[in-house]
Ligand binder design. Structure first.
Ligand code: CMP
Length: 140
């Protein structure tokens, strides 16, 4: 089934010049980039985006990190895009991520894990709407 998912290349990965290599992984796997932009989140925007984690012990540190520098947000489209993206990213903790996955290759620790990807259809719809207006998404 054709799906859309939201991807974020996180601040440390953008700062280390990894945008091109990470986007290449998505395209090589057959996912189409149908929207993309650099963004800088305020602390309040990062808190709103990660609202679901508000009670978690890492929430404060995570939202500080996610607002520490520019991120690259994109919408990926393709067959089973949500699970395919999660496969390409690898496990949340880079130490547990499978060889060849983005997080295994470029993640630094469980917080600075290079990328974020939506975890299901409802989250994807919410997260895409968080960053993009409909006319900024270009299916092809
Ligand atoms: P992400 O996919 O963006 O979703 C939530 C983020 O919280 C996660 O990636 C990590 O960057 C961060 N995080 C920090 N500590 C943890 C943890 N112990 N478990 C899960 N996520 C964590």
């Amino acid at each position: 089934m054709t799906e859309r998912t939201l991807s974020i290349i996180k601040p440390d990965a953008v700062a280390r010049g990894l945008i091109g290599e990470i986007l290449r992984k998505f395209e090589s796997a057959g996912l189409k980039i149908v929207a993309a932009k650099l963004a800088s989140l305020s602390r309040e925007q990062a808190q709103a985006f990660y609202e679901v984690h508000r009670e978690r012990p890492f929430y404060s540190s995570l939202t500080e990190y996610m607002s520490s520098g520019p991120i690259l947000v994109s919408v990926l489209e393709g067959g089973d895009a949500i699970s395919k993206n999660r496969e390409i990213m690898g496990a949340t903790d880079p130490a547990k991520a499978a060889p060849g996955t983005i997080r295994q290759q470029w993640g630094q620790d469980v917080e600075k894990n290079a990328v974020h990807g939506s975890d299901g259809p409802e989250t994807a719809a919410r997260e895409i709407t968080f960053f993009f207006r409909p006319n900024e998404i270009h299916s092809r």
